[in-house]
Design a protein around this ligand. Sequence first.
Ligand code: HXC
Length: 259
Amino acid sequence: MNYELITTRIEGDKVAVITLNRPKQLNALNDALMDELGDALKHFDANANIGCMVITGSEKAFAAGADIGAMANYSFVDVYKSDYISRNWETIRSVRKPVIAAVSGFALGGGCELAMMCDFIIAADNARFGQPEIKIGVIPGAGGTQRLPRAISKSKAMDMALTGRMMDAAEAERAGLVSRVVPLANLMEETLAAALMIASYSQLATMAAKESVNRAFESSLSDGVMFERRLFHALFATTDQKEGMDAFVNKRPARFSNL
Ligand code: HXC
C-alpha cells in the first residue's frame, strides 16, 4: 500500500499500526489523509490475519485537528455538496475489528474526535485533548458534541466545547475519556501489548464484544442487554467457544481459529 500521509506496518503478524504522518502540520487532518486512513482501515479490517488495529501520531501530536487552512475558504455549498466529514471520516465507524488510539501530544478538534471514534484511547502522559473549534468560529463537526458528553459528562463536555480549553492526560483519565495513561516512552509498547492480547483472542468474540459495547450508546438498557444476550448465545455456535472453554478446563493455552 502506497500512502503519502500515513504509514502502516504489521506487528506480530496480527496487529496493524497506522501512523498519521504530516509532522510539519502536527498531523492536521485533510481530505487526502482521511481518504488514506479510511482505505487502510478497510484494508486491514478485511485482512483475515489482522485482529486489532492501532492509530497513532507523533510524540508532539496525535492530530491537531482538521486542516484549518484547507477548510478556511470552503462555502456551505462546498461542504454540503461534497458531504464533508461524513464522506470519509465515518469509515472508521464501519470497521468491525477493534481499533485503539495511541495518543501522545495534541489531540485537538478533529484529532480528539478521531481518537474518540476509536474503541478506546491509551494516552501518553504528555497527551492534551480539546475541542477548540469555538475559537475559530465553528463547533466540533465529527461527533465531538455527541461523544464527549457520553464519555465525560455534560458539564465537562460543555466546558470543553464552550471554552476550547485543553485537558491534560491526568484529567482525561479521571474523566473517563482515556482508558489508561502511560509514560510517553512506553506508549507504543503498552499499546502494542494490549493490541496483541486482543488479537490473540477469537476475532468472533472480539468483534461481538465491540458490537455489543457500542450498542450501549444506541439503545435502551433492556434492548442492549437483549442484544448482548443474543450475541453471547450465538458464540456457543463457534468452534472458538469450544476451544476456549476446553483449553481452560484442560489447563492449556487456547488456539483460536476464528471459526
Ligand atoms: C492546519 C495546523 C493545524 C491545523 C497546527 N497546524 N494545527 N495546520 N490545521 N488544525 C500547523 C501550524 O499552522 C504550523 O504550521 C504547524 O502546524 C505547527 O503549529 P504551531 O502552531 O506553530 O505549533 P505550536 O505553537 O506548538 O502550537 C500547537 C497547537 C496549535 C496548540 C496545536 O498549532 C493550534 O492551536 N492548532 C490549531 C488547533 C485547532 O484549532 N484545532 C481544531 C481545528 S478545527 P506552520 O506552517 O506555521 O509551521 C477542527 C474541526 C473539526 O478540527 C470538525 C470536523 C472534523
